[in-house]
Design a binder for this molecule. Structure first.
Ligand code: 5AD
Ligand code: FES
Length: 359
């Protein structure tokens, strides 16, 4: 097997190289982290961008086997934030010079939902004199819907592929048309065609997932030539079918470590993209997101969801910031202090450099 040092000196990486990076331990892992950190500073710089996350509804038509807000979970109280609540959270982001917000929800495609998102986009643009950037994360939609939302002011879209290995994708989703792997892949293409900056990502440490699957995920992201990636550890949720496989999981710490190695490897593979420090990292380690920022990530998403709703948006166990008011969010404040070493990109959209290079 090649030595890590040899691999780190390369600019192109094979699947075997990536597996090797993902399996690096101790000094070798440290070398990977240092190389990724250096590559990050040299390409996207030291700036970290804030995206205010607004989880505006947990009503979902889908039934992903890992997700706490899946349709069949009757323990969840379903909510929909009002326009005023959503606009209030966005105003907070704008006044605090966050640069942009992410509107995220469960997946719905009714005409009423499509119209509502459209109306919200226009209202946010108006409220912020078109200054606030808007990312949507509202699942699979038709091309017409994506186009309509783009024209109303959304310019980035997040849709995680969850796992790029079709076999594994099928194992973690119900077997029906609503959860087809091909449809999800098509949506990523449609989003690009509409002109969005496209973000995707995967879960790390899923049951049945191998290091080879994760290396394939990295190559998938590269092949799709995405602009942004958000990926974090899989965290089991008691009220989901995948919980039955918890005895087969790596420990939380192992999943966390693997997630950091995924972020570092991705920074080497795609040096100029935006990489988010996933919130799920913080569910395992209180400074997990900051650790990811150090070794390759350059985006963080402070939670601005109105507090009353947060406990009903538990995609996984131990989701952080459950009862901290946005303005007082201690975890987020701590993150900022921790970040003093890097600069915060206040007031900037912080677009992916990669997006402009591929135009
Ligand atoms: N553990 C970790 N991440 C999860 N997500 C959903 N459920 C879980 C879980 N149990 C992630 C998915 C989804 C994103 C919004 O949250 O990747 O795309
Ligand atoms: Fe809502 Fe997967 S359960 S999109």
């Amino acid at each position: 097997m090649k030595k890590i040092k040899e691999i780190l000196a390369q600019t192109e990486f094979s699947k075997a190289d990536l597996v090797c990076l993902l399996q690096a331990e101790r000094e070798e892992r440290q070398l990977l982290f240092e190389a990724a950190q250096a590559r990050k500073v040299a390409t996207v710089g030291k700036k970290v961008f804030f995206r205010g996350l607004v989880e505006f509804s947990n009503i979902c038509a889908k039934d992903c086997l890992y997700c706490g807000i899946r349709k069949s979970n009757e323990k969840v109280l379903r909510y929909e934030a009002t326009d005023d609540e959503i606009l209030g959270a966005c105003r907070f982001a704008w006044e605090n010079r966050f640069g942009s917000v992410v509107l995220q929800s469960g997946e719905l495609s009714s005409p009423a939902f499509v119209k509502r998102v459209d109306r919200l986009l226009q209202a946010i643009k108006k409220m912020s004199n078109k200054e606030l950037g808007i990312t949507l994360s509202c699942g699979e939609q038709t091309k017409e819907t994506y186009q309509r939302w783009f024209e109303s002011g959304a310019h980035r879209y997040l849709l995680r592929i969850e796992s790029s290995t079709p076999d594994l994708y099928h194992k973690i989703h119900p077997q029906n048309d609503l959860h087809a792997y091909e449809k999800r892949q098509d949506c990523l293409k449609l989003l690009k065609e509409c002109g969005y900056q496209v973000g995707t990502g995967v879960m790390i440490g899923l049951p049945f997932q191998t290091d080879e699957d994760l290396a394939e995920d990295l190559l998938f992201l590269k092949k799709l030539d995405v602009d942004m990636v958000g990926m974090g550890p899989y965290i089991e949720h008691e009220d989901t079918p995948l919980y039955a496989y918890r005895s087969q999981l790596k420990t939380k710490q192992e999943r966390f470590d693997l997630a950091l190695k995924m972020v570092a490897s991705l920074r080497l593979l795609m040096p100029d993209i935006n990489i988010a420090a996933a919130t799920a990292l913080q569910a395992i380690d209180p400074v997990g997101r900051e650790k990811a920022l150090k070794i390759g990530a350059n985006v963080i998403m402070p939670n601005l969801t109105p507090c009353d709703f947060r406990k009903e948006y538990q995609l996984y166990e131990d989701k952080p910031c459950l009862d901290e008011d946005a303005a007082l969010c201690r975890n987020c404040l701590e993150a900022r202090i921790e970040l003093a070493g890097s600069e915060i990109g206040y007031g900037e959209w912080g677009d992916s450099k990669h997006f402009y290079r591929r135009q």
